[in-house]
Design a binder for this molecule. Sequence first.
Ligand code: FAQ
Length: 330
Amino acid sequence: MYTQGLDSLGKDCLHTPAEDAAALTARFDAKVERDEKIEPKEWMPDAYRRTLVRQISQHAHSEIVGMLPEGNWITRAPTLRRKAVLIAKVQDEGGHGMYLYSAAETLGVSREELVAQLLAGTAKYSSIFNYPTLTWADIGAIGWLVDGAAIMNQIPICRCSYGPYARAMVRICREESFHQRQGFEIMMTLARGTSAQRAMAQDALNRWWWPSVMMFGPSDAQSQHTAQSMRWKIKRFTNDELRQHFIDVTVPQADFLKLTVPDPDLRWDEATQHYRCGEIDWSEFDRVVKGHGPCNRERLEARRSAHEEGRWVREAASAYAAKRRTLAAA
Ligand code: FAQ
């Protein structure tokens, strides 16, 4: 639906005389300032377009790669109900990826181009999906912590200045909040279960806590893009603000589950009314983002082989579409 307008995309800005460019920039800035949405066919600065393509495509790739750690447990879910719920959740993540590729396409890149970058290993996706899912409790921890972090980060994007991204995010957030609740419900069942089940839940929290805290990206001092993205209202909060909010909301949930957050320095700070957490191991984050996490290689191999195995489906669908076009034209 969005790609129909690509032929004329941005043509009005291709040969803009310098004086007009200044006026266009002023109009664009004023629109952002008034909290109005920027739509695909409108003039926008090249750097704004590039930033959106970068962020939306990384986000789309994250949803698609994010299907893998949980997909790993579909055949081993402990009950039929858990299996049905997990299949639905993993399908939702695939759907999110598709909305987001569509939103990126409105900016003049093709989905094929973006997928090729992912498969070539030149595109980023969220660090969190490079960790393994070793037990069933990991599925609970992903829903609770990873989807919890994703919602925290994504609710503000519903107010992003770029219309198609903001609108995609409204629906995605509704689904993510269901995902978060199913994860918390798994954790609650385990936490109220046998001592072995409680130990499994604690072990999952131990392994997923820090990677979830890192999901929000580098600290504000290290974040290259935050300041400009905030000015453009692509981001509404900084990485550290969102991370803090996540910690403040999640620690009481861990207390409720009678699980221990694996951070000996974690404490409530009465003065600021926030939890203060221990030092984040940014060297681990850097390693994972650079491709050296526990599962980076496995994740890319899985995506490459899925792409190859799905080739006949894409070819069949294209042939069918071509046949329909020919019939319609006859
Ligand atoms: N992993 O200057 P900043 C989900 C990169 S969806 C890897 O702070 P920015 C759903 C960053 O790209 C999860 N790389 O960048 C689900 C940049 O690299 P570049 C994904 C990271 O863009 C749940 C560099 O570091 N969500 O979980 C990470 O202003 C369960 C400098 O960083 C989104 O994508 C990271 N964690 O802020 C699915 C939300 N963090 O491009 C299945 C939208 C940073 O210069 C199961 N994205 N980097 O080479 C955003 O909000 C932002 O892009 C941030 C990064 C906050 C992720």
